[in-house]
Design a protein. Structure first.
Length: 377
C-alpha cells in the first residue's frame, strides 16, 4: 500500500491550503468542510485493510474457470441459489477496486492469464455482435452481449496494457433518442430497454477514451431518484457507484449529478454511521470516495465499515443486480462476497491515504488510467 512521504507532503499541502482559505475568508463548500480523521480511527482502518487483504488472499479462484464464485438466487420460498464463476463483471470489478490497495495484485498471480482470456472471449460471429462480450463468453451458452459488460471488459483490458477502441461501434448501436439499448441483439426484433446502470458503465468507458457523449451525460444527470423512467437491473446504490466511477474516470460532464447524489446518500445515513447493511454501506462509502466527498459524515461511515467487517476479514455481500420486476415471475438476483469486500477495502484505503478531508484530489488509481499500449495480447 502506498504509505510514503508523498502522501504526507500532499496532506500537509491540503492543510496549508485550508488555513489560507480560512485567513482569506473564502467560503467553503458546505458539503466539503475539512475534517481530520482521528488517529485511532486511522489505526483501526489500517488493521481492517490488512485483515481484508488476508481474506482476499485466502479465497481460491475457480479451479477450471477464471473468477470467483458468485451466487445467483431466486426469491422463491425457500430461496433457490446456484453458484457459478464470473470472469468479467465481478472479477474485473474486484480487481479494479483492489488495485488501489495492492497495485501489483500479488494475491492473484493468474491476472495475466485472465487478461488474455477476456481478450480472446470477444464475440467472433459476424454482424452487430462482433467484437462485444456476453456474460457467458467463452462457453457454449448462447447469450446476447450487453453494453455494460462489454464496456467493463474494454476498461479492464485498457487498464492492463491491451487497448481496443470501440467508441464508433458503441455509437452505431441501435437505441432510443440517441441512447443505446442495454442488449446488443444479434437477431433484430427482440425485446430491449434502456438501463441507467448500464449507461453509467458505458459512460465510464467513453471517458476512458476521452469522450463524453452529451446525450448520455444529459440523461444520467436527469435521473429521477426513483429510477422510474429507466430499467432497474441495478438498485440505485449500484447505479450511483457506476456513475461515480465514470465521474472519477474523467466524465466531468456528470458534475451536476455529484452534489445531488452526495446529498441523497447522506440523507440515508443511519445514526450508527452506516446505511441499511454492510453491503450497501460499502458501495455508498465507495461512491463518496469516487466523488471525492470530504465531509465529517465520512468518519462514522468508516467506523461502521470497520465494525461490520466479519472475523474472517470479509464483508457481508448483498444484492448487486436483479431482473426487472415482471408480474408473476420470481425475481432473481446476484451476490458476490469478494466484490463487496473489495469495494469496502477501496473505501477504507482511499480515506486512509487522504486523512485530511479538504478538497480531495482526483483519484489516482492505476486501474482507472487508460493504457497507451495499443498492442493486442
Amino acid at each position: 500500500m502506498k504509505r510514503g512521504k508523498w502522501s504526507l507532503i500532499l496532506n500537509i499541502c491540503y492543510l496549508l491550503l485550508f488555513l489560507k482559505c480560512e485567513q482569506s475568508g473564502e467560503p467553503q463548500n458546505r458539503l466539503e468542510q475539512p475534517v481530520m480523521i482521528p488517529r485511532e480511527t486511522l489505526s483501526r482502518m489500517k488493521n481492517s485493510i490488512e485483515t481484508g487483504l488476508n481474506y482476499i488472499k485466502t479465497v481460491k479462484p475457480c479451479e477450471e474457470e477464471f473468477g470467483y464464485l458468485t451466487k445467483a438466487c431466486w426469491n422463491t420460498d425457500p430461496p433457490s441459489c446456484i453458484e457459478y464463476c464470473d470472469p468479467y463483471f465481478y472479477m474485473a470489478n474486484s480487481l479494479f477496486a483492489l488495485a488501489s490497495v495492492d497495485p501489483n495484485l500479488e494475491f492473484y498471480p493468474g491476472k495475466d492469464d485472465l487478461v488474455k482470456f477476456v481478450f480472446n472471449s470477444r464475440r467472433a460471429d459476424e454482424g452487430i455482435c462482433h467484437g462485444f462480450w456476453d456474460m457467458w463468453a467463452g462457453t457454449q451458452e448462447n447469450f446476447d452481449p450487453d453494453i455494460d459488460l462489454s464496456a467493463l471488459a474494454l476498461i479492464f483490458l485498457n487498464s492492463n496494457g491491451y487497448h481496443i477502441n470501440m467508441v464508433r461501434k458503441f455509437d452505431a448501436l441501435p437505441g432510443e433518442n440517441g441512447l443505446p439499448y442495454t442488449w446488443i441483439r444479434c437477431t433484430p426484433g427482440q425485446p430491449n430497454s434502456i438501463d441507467c446502470g448500464c449507461l453509467s458503465s458505458l459512460m465510464r468507458y467513453y471517458a476512458s477514451e476521452g469522450v463524453q457523449p452529451k446525450r448520455i451525460c444529459d440523461y444520467l444527470n436527469d435521473l429521477k431518484l426513483d429510477f422510474d423512467h429507466c430499467d432497474t437491473w441495478y438498485p440505485d446504490y449500484i447505479t450511483w457507484f457506476f456513475l461515480a466511477q465514470a465521474y472519477a474516470q474523467g466524465a466531468k460532464c456528470l458534475e451536476p449529478s455529484r452534489e445531488r447524489i452526495i446529498k441523497t446518500i447522506l440523507s440515508r445515513q443511519k445514526s450508527r454511521g452506516g446505511w441499511a447493511d454492510p453491503n450497501i454501506s460499502a458501495f455508498y462509502s465507495a461512491t463518496l470516495a469516487y466523488l471525492r466527498y470530504a465531509g465529517p459524515e465520512i468518519i462514522p461511515a468508516l467506523n461502521y465499515l470497520v465494525n461490520s467487517q466479519k472475523k474472517d476479514g470479509s464483508w457481508q455481500c448483498g444484492l448487486i443486480y436483479h431482473n426487472p420486476i415482471i408480474p408473476g415471475e420470481p425475481i432473481f438476483y446476484f451476490m458476490n462476497e469478494v466484490f463487496t469486500t473489495s469495494v469496502a477495502l477501496f473505501s477504507l484505503n482511499y480515506y486512509y491515504e487522504h486523512p485530511i478531508l479538504i478538497n480531495l484530489p482526483d483519484l489516482e488509481n492505476p486501474s482507472l488510467s487508460p493504457s497507451s499500449n495499443k498492442n493486442d495480447p
